[in-house]
Ligand binder design. Structure first.
Ligand code: GLU
Length: 235
């Protein structure tokens, strides 16, 4: 179980995400990746091995955009290759995942029977594929994410980025920590408040079962029963 970071705000996202991921390096990882929105489209860079490899990739092929998600992976399902590195993308949604989706085989075969083609060997890829399925049948990002997440079993923290939505990240916490950080004109998410330490002092820890709509203006948080809740902001 490794690291998740995310940002929405006016400054270029990729350097901030890389800096936040570096602060999670102490947890150990085998590959890393970042996705942002560039003119509304999802773009990503991934690399096996150390963050320096991702930094090199970003230096060669810079990633624009002011909203994004990043991940350091500790492989549990699928080899630690660039190919299996997060974020995973399908049908207009990019996802970073910490933890394990226990029912991924079942969901994967259901989606394959609906015509989906999987690109990786990970358990995590069922998440964007399932969200993409619900988007395709006509749901908006929030309902599609909610429907998909309700079908997952296991322990996870998730951050989702949607094509065409430059002021929305959806977060979910079940069995794996996540915290939101509030900057001056930016909001952040991290699986570990340490990742956010140089970026902000105002932290909001999510609770078990929380589902969050994160926008630059703030977070709307729902608990495991779907009730809108407030979580304390601490320093
Ligand atoms: N189970 C996922 C994978 O193998 C996520 C691992 C993690 O928490 O980094 O890709």
């Amino acid at each position: 179980m490794c690291g998740i970071v995310g940002v929405i705000g006016p400054a270029p996202a990729a350097p901030l995400l890389l800096e936040a991921l570096r602060r999670l390096e102490y947890r150990g990882y085998d590959s890393a990746g970042i996705a942002t929105l560039v003119a509304g489209r999802i773009e990503r860079r991934r690399a096996a091995g150390k963050l320096d490899n991702l930094a090199r990739e970003l230096a060669q092929r810079p990633l624009a955009g002011t909203i994004g998600i990043g991940h350091t992976r500790w492989a549990t399902h699928g080899a630690p290759t660039e190919h299996n590195a997060h974020p995973h993308v399908s049908g207009g949604v990019a996802v970073v995942h910490n933890g394990i989706i226990e029912n991924y085989l079942e969901l994967r075969s259901e989606l394959i029977s609906l015509g989906h083609r999987f690109e990786t060997e990970t358990d995590s890829e069922v998440v964007p594929q399932l969200v993409a399925h619900y988007l395709r049948v006509g749901l908006g990002p929030v309902d599609a994410a909610r429907m998909a997440i309700n079908r997952l079993t296991g322990a996870f923290a998730l951050a989702l980025l949607f094509e065409g939505h430059d002021d929305l990240l959806i977060l979910a916490r079940r069995g794996s920590p996540l915290a939101i950080g509030y900057g001056e004109s930016q909001v952040f998410v991290g699986s570990d408040a340490l990742a956010l330490a140089p970026l902000t002092e105002r932290i909001q820890y999510l609770e078990e079962g929380d589902f969050v709509l994160l926008r630059a203006s703030g977070a709307i948080i729902f608990d495991h029963q779907g009730r809108k809740v407030e979580r304390p902001i601490v320093r």
